[in-house]
Design a protein around this ligand. Structure first.
Ligand code: PMV
Length: 340
């Protein structure tokens, strides 16, 4: 290794899970496999300035503002991954990061954030070691991102991505892999995810605490088993293009995630009344219109609206504007919406 001052930049998108990861073991090993769509419209851009031969420290700026709490988190993270990157504690880091989606949107950015940092670290590793191992370094970036935030490991690849050992080829608990393209029906290759903004600001319970509460949740084992079992139908659906079954499975996964929160001790609820209103409106719309419009949820109140990109965009936009969006003519609960 030749360690020297260096500045690298990387960009990484966010992702939304279809089969959810909720519950983990030591060292960020997931309790069940998960699959997600990578969301190419919202990214984190990160620049890492590495100052060799200075004492180890981390300084972070989010959208130009210094964030000491985030820096402390990154310092801890870097110490954790020293065994995989032996040079990592040998310098000072100035990390500047910004999201291409509104900062105040209440949308979690840990997946894209840790994904971008992991890619920067692999770029530095490549420079310091003189190696350029494209394929292998992507996998290692996914491995490193996982140790920062579990779901981040899925953000390193485009399209449908799997994390956790399951029937999918080469899948692993240690890093994510891309779902085999030849096993995906055309309808699932161009999909829209629009985030309906219902609540901004901090979540009442972090995902770290939420994962932890699965350890004492009496339904946890059944849930982990169900998620594993759901890969069977999911594989079939992705191959045969059965959108109705896809909708059923994806919505069930979202509601199960939140049901697990309600059945935790202490119980917590991250949905807001607006979340439930939007879900009901989506169900009404689907019944009346027959269009494959459906939802999923993250660990938060905002609703991810999913639909194939096949010409229904204008109809769906009109539905959002007329029924969901807050304006003077109605009492809509959605503050804003954006293409993710
Ligand atoms: O990556 P974490 O630890 O923030 O966990 C995120 C978990 C969910 O977003 C709720 C589900 C998932 O699979 O992404």
């Amino acid at each position: 290794f030749t360690i020297q001052n260096q500045t690298v930049s990387e960009s990484c998108p966010s992702n939304i899970a279809l089969i959810k990861y909720w519950g983990k073991y030591d060292n960020q090993i997931p309790a069940n496999p998960s699959i997600s769509y990578t969301l190419n419209h919202c990214k984190t851009n990160t620049t890492v300035e590495f100052l060799a031969n200075e004492p180890f420290s981390v300084q972070t700026f989010l959208a130009g503002n210094e964030e000491t709490q985030f820096a402390a988190k990154i310092e801890k993270y870097f110490s954790n991954i020293e065994q995989y990157l032996p040079w990592i504690l040998k310098g000072k880091y100035v990390i500047r990061t910004e999201n291409t989606f509104p900062h105040s949107s209440g949308i979690a950015s840990s997946a894209s954030g840790f994904g971008a940092i992991a890619k920067c670290l692999m770029q530095l590793d490549g420079i310091f070691s003189g190696k350029t191992l494209e394929e292998e370094s992507l996998r290692k970036a996914s491995f490193l991102a996982r140790l920062g935030s579990g779901s981040a490991c899925r953000s390193l690849y485009n399209g449908l991505v799997v994390w956790g050992e399951c029937q999918v080829k080469e899948s692993s608990d240690l890093f994510a892999v891309q779902y085999p393209d030849e096993e995906i029906h055309e309808i699932f290759k161009d999909f829209n995810d629009w985030v309906l903004l219902i609540h901004e600001g901090q979540k009442s319970v972090s995902s770290t605490v939420g994962h932890g509460l699965m350890n004492t949740n009496p339904y946890a084992d059944r849930r982990f088993q169900e998620a594993r079992e759901n890969f069977g139908p999911m594989k079939e659906i992705l191959a045969n293009g059965d959108i109705q079954q896809f909708i059923k499975l994806v919505e069930h996964e979202a509601l199960t995630l939140h049901a697990m929160m309600m059945m935790s001790d202490p119980a917590f609820i991250l949905m807001k009344t607006g979340t439930l209103e939007v879900i009901n409106k989506i169900w009404e719309f689907r019944k009346e219109n027959g269009l494959p419009l459906f939802f999923t949820l993250d660990a938060g109140a905002n609703v991810h609206l999913l639909f194939p990109n096949n010409g229904s965009e204008e109809t769906i936009k009109s539905f959002i504007e007329a029924e969901l969006l807050q304006h003077t003519q109605n009492n809509g609960v959605v503050k804003d919406f954006m293409k993710f």
